[in-house]
Design a binder for this molecule. Structure first.
Ligand SMILES: [Ca+2]
Length: 239
């Protein structure tokens, strides 16, 4: 408590020790008047007691406070302590790695005012084999250049599916079956789709564009500010 004022100690301990505003501060046996508490600084070896005057209950509180007599020397003497360190080890890899997969590319030409198809394509590899992570995952695919696409496309619907290391479909609608219904549709309106799934084993998954269709805008000078090539962003998270 050394270095603190009597007023500060009163504020700190009044509630904890249960004395009220009428308690009188007594420093080294000498009463400290209320208006001097803010200016009275405690030093080592000072003994400060808050006393309640009056009836029997107050006397008992006073006795209790005597037991808790606040001494600069006592409070400056430190405390008994111990330490415990939990063990965490750093590994030099991520739980999953993501990379673009261009093994099967898709390309198409866009003219104004038509319905067209994109074909299928590989998009991303998601690798949990390297880390050995076997927990559940969530893969989010986002269209990263909507601003460039919208001058050229009136609409676009891209069916996205996930295949495991053996080329088999992965259950991403969580109905317990991996089948042709397991795909999500990424459009210019939703801008992003999430593929949640449970792993049975760590492996390398591939995000596929199953098929895609579009309707182009009527050709105009706005096309000069756009791009017909969609750009995708892939993010993997634990579930
Ligand atoms: Ca399913």
């Amino acid at each position: 408590m050394a270095g603190q004022t009597v007023a500060a100690v009163r504020r700190q301990y009044a509630e904890e020790l249960g004395f009220n505003k009428k308690a009188v501060a007594v420093l080294n046996g000498i009463r400290v008047s209320g208006h001097r508490e803010s200016a009275t600084i405690l030093h080592d070896d000072d003994t400060l007691v808050f006393r309640m005057a009056g009836h029997r209950v107050a006397y008992l509180i006073g006795a209790l406070l005597m037991a808790f007599a606040i001494s600069g020397g006592v409070f400056a003497s430190g405390f008994i302590n111990s330490t415990n360190t939990l063990s965490a080890t750093v590994k030099d890899y991520n739980f999953a790695e993501v990379s673009a997969n261009t093994t099967v590319p898709a390309s198409w030409e866009v003219v104004g005012g038509v319905k067209g198809a994109t074909g299928n394509a590989t998009m991303f590899d998601v690798d949990t084999a390297s880390s050995g992570y076997t927990g559940d995952l969530s893969i989010t695919i986002t269209l990263a250049n909507l601003d460039e696409l919208t001058p050229i496309y009136r609409s676009m619907a891209l069916s996205i599916e996930l295949r495991d290391g053996g080329g088999n479909l992965v259950d991403i609608n969580e109905d317990g079956n991996a089948d042709a219904g397991d795909f999500a549709v990424l459009t210019l309106n939703n801008g992003a789709v999430t593929l949640p799934f449970e792993q049975t084993a760590a492996q390398v998954y591939t995000v596929w564009l199953k098929r895609g269709t579009y309707i182009s805008q009527t050709h105009s000078s706005n096309w000069a500010s756009g791009s017909a090539s969609p750009q995708f962003f892939c993010e993997v998270a634990q579930r």
